[in-house]
Design a protein around this ligand. Sequence first.
Ligand SMILES: NC(=O)c1ccc[n+]([C@@H]2O[C@H](COP(=O)([O-])OP(=O)(O)OC[C@H]3O[C@@H](n4cnc5c(N)ncnc54)[C@H](O)[C@@H]3O)[C@@H](O)[C@H]2O)c1
Length: 308
Amino acid sequence: LKRILITGVAGFIGSYLAEYLIGQGNYVVGVDNLSNGSIQNLKESGECKDFKFVQLDVRETNKLVDILLQHEVTEVWHLAANTDIISSHDNPMRDFQDCTEATFSVLEAMRRSLPRRIIFASSGSVYGPLGSGIAVPETVGPLKPMSTYGAGKLASEAFISAYSNLYNIDAFIFRFGNVLGDRINHGVVYDFVRKLIGDPTQLQIRGDGSQEKNYFLVSDCIAGMNFFVNKYSFAELEARIVVEELDLYGVDISIEGAKLAWPGDQPIVRLDCGLARSFGWDCEQDSDSAVRITAKQLYLKFKMEGSQ
Ligand SMILES: NC(=O)c1ccc[n+]([C@@H]2O[C@H](COP(=O)([O-])OP(=O)(O)OC[C@H]3O[C@@H](n4cnc5c(N)ncnc54)[C@H](O)[C@@H]3O)[C@@H](O)[C@H]2O)c1
């Protein structure tokens, strides 16, 4: 359905995300400089014809522009970042380069090519100390990061906000917490399991033992992001399906910005055949296929009419 770029694709979340998006029928090109990720993580995606991997540092903006144009990418999931928070304590430049500068380069490459949607993996670390509070939409602060990792994410968010405003780029920013899954290579659960494999008789907890953190599974993280991205993308998705069925590339899809597309328009319609299904009837084509089939039929009809 879509042509997507994932940065940081060889990492923990990026590699699962690639599998998910390919599984949804999309074409995915993934880039990674392999500073922390591993080709091993791409074993499954690598076997799919709808997946391409390019080893690249995303700060190489010109090369990124070439990739976006060559693969006709229309959506970017930007996950590349330094995630080794411990090592960046001694080398804070890593967070500036692989997070802030990397995000700037991705945005710049987008500005100079086609994609008008970015999905960014930010982090709860942008908040800084929450004390006993919980980060909820009404209290999205304090936004005082305590690590250069968090600072890099907050600075990236600021650039995304500006580019979104200036260059008509849709942006989704997800500030998630500690994600778990079997491809993690650091973190408390990883540390515990490794220690216990080494010595099943004892386990030392780092810190003072009073840490309190939220965890969630990588499958939920990916499904959650996709839920929100798809929820707010229907009209554009339909436009892209029509463009695809007409075999056109490089069409600059823009959004007018009016609240109603025309007088009397009902902007959100979500109907379901559930009741009909309970009687034993279901439609053969889903909503996307209906758009696809009709776009093709109309295209052929208009072509025929034009040639008469
Ligand atoms: N895992 C978590 O708990 C968590 C929580 C909040 C946010 N995030 C964010 O989600 C994203 C993915 O996290 P992850 O856990 O999969 O980390 P990860 O380290 O496994 O993946 C990041 C990938 O980015 C690549 N990379 C780093 N700098 C690059 C550059 N300049 N150019 C190209 N590739 C580069 C690394 O090689 C790595 O494969 C990151 O942006 C991270 O900050 C992760």
